[in-house]
Design a protein around this ligand. Structure first.
Ligand code: AMP
Ligand code: FES
Ligand code: ZN
Ligand code: ZN
Length: 316
């Protein structure tokens, strides 16, 4: 197959766009298409200070690389989750992110959960009733809390994550299967800033996972190939497999499903639900971060026993 632009040998064929490209034209297309997504959904401008949440995986490192090439003010945030799983998952991903930042002279902020609280995600999950001890739910809570805290404390106006189309479509499919209309009303490439929650954006939402992987490989980005050891058997992986089967017989089905949803949203399909779903937020009485229930936020409840042992009361 030949590149549509220069007729050189193509390295990728994207069936949903009927587009074959050589290495150089694919890399150029990937950067331009990301910029178009940023503009199309009004994600941010050159004036914004962007914090990119980087896990060490292909998507978030590809995102940071693209934003850097486009000349945005984008610093990185890596959260050490203390997950080993027999493959030194967290340690290896941290080294890869640090090497990436060093090689490009980019600023990286590292927050290590075990260093800060004395426990990694697996231990926190064992103690918690949240998700019946399942690490992913606790992990999501901790990551969201730290991302928002760091962004606010350090004056970032936008938080960017590496979610790709496959991730978003799996979430959308799950939300439709269970008719979680509140979640559907809030799902999208941009979550606006409100009441102490920094704006969240997903500039890679229009790329299939194979495209972000191709970009990372062709750019020579070293990333962690392994999935998180706790991800095995997750429903989202099952949904991804189902959706891949659909995509095989109907190329472009995933993109259509997602873009159709966003169009319906823009036309107001979920407008009344959105209003109802916008629960008032209160400042957590311990950390000051926004929370739906008055009092302590879920993160502070989770880490309360650890705070006591980290800061023993001073005796007279
Ligand atoms: P996941 O929830 O693992 O699918 O990751 C979704 C996005 O969250 C990634 O693309 C990253 O932007 C961000 N992320 C996940 N894990 C971390 C981490 N340990 N540190 C910083 N950002 C992360
Ligand atoms: Fe959080 Fe796997 S990355 S539990
Ligand atoms: Zn070409
Ligand atoms: Zn709190």
């Amino acid at each position: 197959m030949r590149c549509r632009k220069c007729k050189a040998r193509a390295v990728i064929y994207m069936r949903q766009h009927r587009l074959a490209l050589c290495k150089d034209h694919f890399l150029e297309w990937f950067v331009k298409y990301t910029q178009e997504t940023i503009r199309r959904y009004r994600m941010f401008t050159r004036q914004d200070r962007i914090l990119v949440a980087v896990s060490g995986g292909k998507d978030s490192l590809a995102l940071w690389d693209v934003l850097w090439q486009l000349g945005y003010q984008a610093d990185g945030l890596y959260i050490g989750l203390g997950i080993d799983g027999g493959i030194q998952y967290s340690d290896r991903s941290r080294s890869l992110v640090e090497a990436f930042a060093r090689e490009r002279g980019l600023k990286l902020i590292v927050e290590d959960v075990r260093e800060a609280y004395g426990e990694g995600i697996p231990e926190m999950a064992r103690r918690s009733r949240r998700g019946r001890g399942k690490p992913c739910s606790v992990c999501g809570l901790v990551k969201r809390h730290i991302m928002n805290r760091v962004a606010r404390e350090q004056g970032y106006t936008v938080l960017a994550t590496g979610h790709n189309l496959d991730d978003e479509v799996a979430v959308l499919f799950g939300n439709v299967m269970t008719w979680q209309v509140g979640y559907l009303a809030r799902q999208g490439p941009v979550l606006p800033e409100r009441d102490g929650l920094v704006r969240k954006v997903k500039p890679l939402v229009r790329f299939y996972e194979r495209e972000t992987a191709a970009y990372a490989l062709l750019r020579g980005i070293r990333y962690i190939y392994d999935e998180c050891p706790f991800a095995q058997g997750a429903t989202s992986i099952y949904y991804k497999e189902l959706l891949n089967k659909l995509e095989e017989s109907r190329p472009g089905a995933k993109l259509q499903f997602y873009l159709g949803f966003l169009r319906a949203k823009e036309q107001g399909a979920f407008a009344h639900i959105q209003e109802q779903a916008e629960e008032a937020l209160h400042a957590c009485e311990v950390c000051g971060q926004p929370t739906t229930a008055p009092g302590m936020c879920a993160f502070c409840r989770l880490t309360a026993p650890l705070r006591v042992s980290l800061n023993p009361p001073v005796s007279a």
